[in-house]
Design a protein around this ligand. Structure first.
Ligand code: ATP
Ligand code: BTN
Length: 256
């Protein structure tokens, strides 16, 4: 990416951008500095040594990807917070669609192209039932990454922008587009315009109407993904017609 001025035209997000060539994890760094930073500070790096996803599963972060975290301090009721992952997913999908790439959202935190994972989103933070201190919205997007630069066990399920487009593109341009879309959806989120967020999410969803298998620590079940509710939970209809709400957390979703 290079240690340049980023030339962002956003009002809240990216007023300050902290760039590294290499770091453990932008989410970890963001959490370390979140208290003393204003809302909107972005950490971005060329490579991560210990990038991670949910349950601290390793996130491969070679050079050529966009690995970034945004520090947010939304003044909203904490119970509204789970939907913030949708702000990230919508922004990524729209930044990719601007490049002519038809991306879709796999509930809850992945973006897919051609049914392969191109991006993962990880929301962390410090909040209680009554108060939000900060939220870190981490986004990992495979931009110019060749198959052989990713670990062997994830090659068949993942993809990158350069693979899809057949050419390398400027990570900085992708970054700028993404931040612009993030600011748009984050503004709607702050304004409480959740139905617009959920409707767009439905439009870009890769799972609604599909047969899915939900894996959790309590066990597995199959059903049809019907909808998401106002809190972002996935509503799944089981074979016996019973509806289950699956809450964003440690569950995994597979196509059945
Ligand atoms: P699940 O796999 O349980 O459905 P998930 O896709 O959300 O959930 P996470 O644990 O949130 O998985 O994300 C980490 C997973 O992403 C890793 O286990 C690995 O399979 C995959 N992964 C790691 N690095 C990359 C990458 N650069 N691009 C695509 N996928 C990756
Ligand atoms: C997932 O699919 O589990 C989410 C992966 C999130 C990866 C990004 S890369 C930038 C930020 N720093 C991290 O260590 N993780 C997130």
């Amino acid at each position: 990416m290079g240690d340049t001025m980023f030339g962002l035209d956003t009002e809240i997000l990216g007023k300050k951008v902290i760039y590294f060539q290499k770091i453990d994890s932008t989410n970890e760094y963001a959490k370390r500095i979140a208290f003393q930073e204003d809302e909107g500070t972005i950490i971005v790096t060329d490579t991560q040594v210990r990038g991670y996803g949910r349950k601290f599963r390793a996130w491969a972060s070679p050079k050529g990807g966009l690995w970034m975290s945004v520090i947010l301090k939304p003044k909203i009721e904490p119970k509204r917070l789970p939907k913030i992952v949708f702000v990230g997913a919508l922004a990524v999908v729209e930044a990719l669609r601007d490049l002519g790439v038809e991306a879709k959202i796999k509930w809850p935190n992945d973006v897919l192209v051609n049914e392969k994972k191109i991006c993962g989103i990880l929301v962390e933070g410090k909040y209680s039932e009554s108060e939000i201190d900060y939220v870190v919205l981490g986004i990992g997007l495979n931009v110019n990454i060749e198959k052989n630069e990713l670990p062997e066990n994830i090659r068949s399920d993942s993809t990158s922008l350069s693979e899809v487009l057949g050419v390398k593109i400027s990570i900085e341009e992708v970054f700028k587009g993404l931040v612009r879309h993030l600011e748009h959806w984050y503004t709607l989120f702050l304004e409480g315009r959740y139905s617009e967020i959920l409707d767009k999410w439905r439009e870009y969803s890769a799972v609604l109407g599909k047969k899915v298998r939900i894996l959790s620590e309590e066990g597995e079940f199959e059903g049809t993904a019907l909808d998401i509710d106002e809190f972002g939970a996935l509503i799944v209809e089981m074979a016996n017609g019973k509806r289950e709400k699956v809450i964003y957390g440690d569950v995994s979703l597979r196509y059945a």
